[in-house]
Design a protein around this ligand. Structure first.
Ligand SMILES: [Zn+2]
Length: 286
């Protein structure tokens, strides 16, 4: 069995600020230290991914493929990655954060560095996809990236079996997908911008152990398909985004800042979701 790792960055041990996870040119920060902070997080993210790879291989995975899933998706440091992996980088991938889940032989999806959904209290850098998507409800259930990506993976028959990140991210993922998802909590959220962390070395140990267990349990895990007839509803931070989102065929307005559609299946869901987000991602002062 092959394992795909969807590697996000905000849930990495030590991270509580956007200046730690965004390339300085994106943040537009003149703070001289943000380049250093971002580089340190890249190193720690790569080390946490390596811990998950070591655990996966110890648990019997035949191959591990890593998909960089944060922002521009060029965060992992290739030369510092575990030598056994192949890795995917770059943005604008058809499957986004779960690119590679459709590859032959992939039998488990790992989430590393994950964060809680938008609006969650006491959860470092909680958000969903962008800073302006306030909520996603799939079949009436509010969810975050962990749910969006589980549906996309479910279309390909691949279950999620590991989540690493802050305590709220782990709890929300397990609440949606069940105890088949092994959790590795590397920090406990205090606020959106504060957390109580494990030591980074201890965090890697916890991730390694959880990843090994997650491979051993993967045979019994079940994928998360989109329920038949389920609607997907998005709520934005501004009505102007909903104005544009309804340009996507099949998407209708359901409220001042909300739109919805009924996907055929999980594969269509992720494509339409990405199209809606592209339309809604307008400049707010055109
Ligand atoms: Zn991210």
């Amino acid at each position: 069995m092959k394992v795909l790792i969807s590697a996000d960055m905000e849930g990495t041990c030590g991270v509580v600020s956007w200046t730690q996870v965004m390339p300085p040119e994106v943040v537009g920060s003149s703070e001289p230290s943000s380049q250093d902070r971002y580089l340190r997080t890249r190193q720690r993210m790569t080390a946490e991914v390596n811990a998950a790879v070591e655990g996966a291989l110890a648990g019997g995975a035949e191959e591990v493929i890593v998909n960089d899933s944060h922002d521009g998706m060029r965060n992992l440091i290739p030369d510092e990655l575990h030598p056994a992996v192949r890795f995917i980088t770059g943005n604008d991938k058809p499957l986004g954060m779960v690119q590679g889940v459709d590859l032959d032989g992939v039998g488990a999806l790992f989430y590393t560095g994950y964060h809680a959904k938008a609006g969650t209290p006491a959860a470092p850098l909680a958000h969903t996809w962008t800073g302006w998507l306030n909520d996603v409800r799939i079949d009436g259930v509010s969810t975050g990236e962990f749910g969006i990506n589980a549906v996309a993976a479910g279309y390909y028959g691949v279950p999620v079996t590991l989540v690493t990140g802050d305590d709220k991210a782990v709890a929300q993922t397990q609440a949606l997908l069940g105890e088949q998802v092994v959790g590795a909590v590397v920090k406990e959220g205090i606020s959106t911008h504060a957390a109580l962390h494990l030591h980074p070395a201890r965090a890697r140990e916890v991730i390694r152990e959880a990843a090994e267990a997650a491979v051993r349990l993967a045979g019994e895990a079940t994928p998360f398909p989109l329920p038949a007839g389920a609607s997907v509803e998005l709520t934005f931070d501004h009505q102007a985004r909903a104005d544009q989102a309804v340009l996507v065929p099949g998407v209708v307005r359901t409220g001042e800042r909300s739109v919805a559609w009924i996907p055929e299946n999980g594969g269509e869901f992720i494509r339409v979701f990405r199209a809606v987000m592209a339309c809604a991602g307008i400049r707010m002062s055109p």
